[in-house]
Write a protein of this length. Structure first.
Length: 272
């Protein structure tokens, strides 16, 4: 979403600036690929745990070499990295091969929270040192919220200022009515994984259905916990009230049909 929005700058700069986008992974549930993106590979879902296994180290080397080839091909003046894995790859390439491009590292997620959830104490300590090393050598660091900027600077001991730039969204005039309907429809849009905590949302919704029989819950998104969440819906006996809509590219109509939006995340850097 972030990069798709940034690509709209092409309309501003025209032929003065050339943009090239390289993405390491495209989730298998993302049915609509972006033609402007070069994808290294398809993936099932994000890692539940970080580990220094032979498999993960092998994947890291493959990613590193792929990014190196992209850099050699495009010969960029500036590289903008999105989140920690890509940022480390970009910084590592610059140091090893003594490249002269400028680097902008952006952070969109609660990085310290991710490490707490997904890594052991020893691995977290190692990764924090690695992140501090590379982020301190970036030309610019950008975070999407002030709290996240403060967290990155203090938790990872950055000795330079961080710029805060909030996520931007294009607000379109809608022809639909925004008046609240009587459908009692609740909407959530998020990956189906632990961070988004749909389990608590579904348990809370079960309590609501006991009071409001015609309440509906629409879940937009896909992810590794889809089967577990669908099983929970059956256990709670709310199948007739809950609808899994899967991955959606356009959401205008879904929002217009809903009365309440809920984001039940355990943590966010700054959600869209």
């Amino acid at each position: 979403t972030y990069l798709s929005n940034l690509l709209k700058m092409k309309n501003v700069f025209g032929d003065e600036v050339k943009f090239s986008v390289a993405a390491l992974e495209r989730p298998v549930y993302m049915k609509h690929a972006d033609d402007d993106f070069n994808y290294m590979k398809m993936r099932d879902y994000s890692l539940e745990r970080y580990s220094l296994s032979y498999k993960n180290l092998g994947v890291f080397v493959q990613e590193f070499l792929w990014i190196r080839n992209i850099i050699n091909k495009e010969k960029p003046d500036i590289i903008l990295g999105v989140d920690v894995n890509c940022n480390i790859h970009i910084g590592l390439n610059k140091i090893i091969f003594r490249k002269r491009y400028k680097t902008i590292f952006t952070t969109h997620s609660d990085l310290d929270g991710n490490l707490n959830q997904k890594s052991t104490k020893i691995l977290k300590s190692f990764l924090k040192r690695a992140i501090s090393f590379f982020y301190n050598r970036a030309d610019t660091n950008i975070c999407v919220s002030k709290e996240l900027s403060h967290s990155i600077q203090s938790d990872f001991k950055l000795n330079k200022d961080i710029i805060t730039i909030f996520n931007g969204l294009e607000i379109k005039n809608s022809s639909g009515s925004m008046q609240q309907s009587t459908n009692n429809t609740i909407l959530t849009v998020a990956r189906l994984d632990n961070q988004k905590d749909h389990f608590t949302l579904l348990k809370a919704f079960e309590l609501l259905v006991k009071e409001i029989k015609n309440a509906r819950l629409l879940l937009v998104g896909d992810g590794p916990l889809k089967d577990e969440l669908q099983n929970l819906v059956k256990e709670l006996n709310i199948e007739s009230n809950v609808e899994f809509l899967g991955w959606q590219k356009k959401l205008d109509d879904v929002f217009l049909k809903s009365d309440i939006f809920v984001l039940s995340s355990r943590r966010e850097g700054f959600p869209y």
